[in-house]
Design a protein around this ligand. Structure first.
Ligand code: DQA
Length: 149
């Protein structure tokens, strides 16, 4: 069975209560449950990890090839905008990574417009709330079914 990793960066553990006017009221638990349900339907196994620590995210990305994940869906949160370490970890692995954001980072403060990880990911989906994750998952499902046929 194909398996994928969904990786959530700093402060995303607070979804539901964190700035709900920007991020909505859906909790991370709910987002993970929605992803798990759709992935199950599509016959894909999913692992989830949330960390507030850059090094944990780097370590986890480094382990991706060894663990055999076919794709990573990554919301690097604030690290998106300045973590060269996370960018380098993505560049170091052959596994495709899809960058997601709940909010449309391009509509927000200037410092959020730039993503240091965008040049090394497969693509970016931003601005659709939890549907950003669900859209990324649909891409994964289509790519994996193309690869099977
Ligand atoms: C975010 C956008 C980032 O700018 C912010 O630091 C986050 C969440 C999003 O999902 O919209 O923590 O990645």
């Amino acid at each position: 069975m194909n398996k994928i990793l969904v990786l959530h960066g700093p402060n995303l553990n607070l979804l539901g209560t964190r700035e709900p006017e920007i991020y909505g009221r859906t909790t991370l638990y709910d987002i993970n449950a929605m992803i798990a349900a759709r992935a199950k339907e599509a016959g894909i196994a999913v692992d989830f990890l949330q960390s507030n620590h850059e090094g944990v995210l780097v370590d986890t990305l480094q382990e991706v090839p060894k663990k055999g994940y076919a794709f990573v869906i990554l919301n690097a949160a604030a690290f998106t905008h300045y973590s060269v370490a996370i960018r380098d970890a993505i560049a170091a692995i052959p596994t495709p990574v899809i960058e997601v954001h709940l909010s449309n980072i391009h509509q927000r403060e200037e410092f959020r417009h730039h993503s240091v990880i965008s040049p090394v990911v497969m693509g970016q989906i931003a601005g659709f709330g939890e549907d950003s994750y669900m859209a990324a998952l649909e891409v994964v499902i289509r790519r994996l079914s193309e690869a099977r046929s």
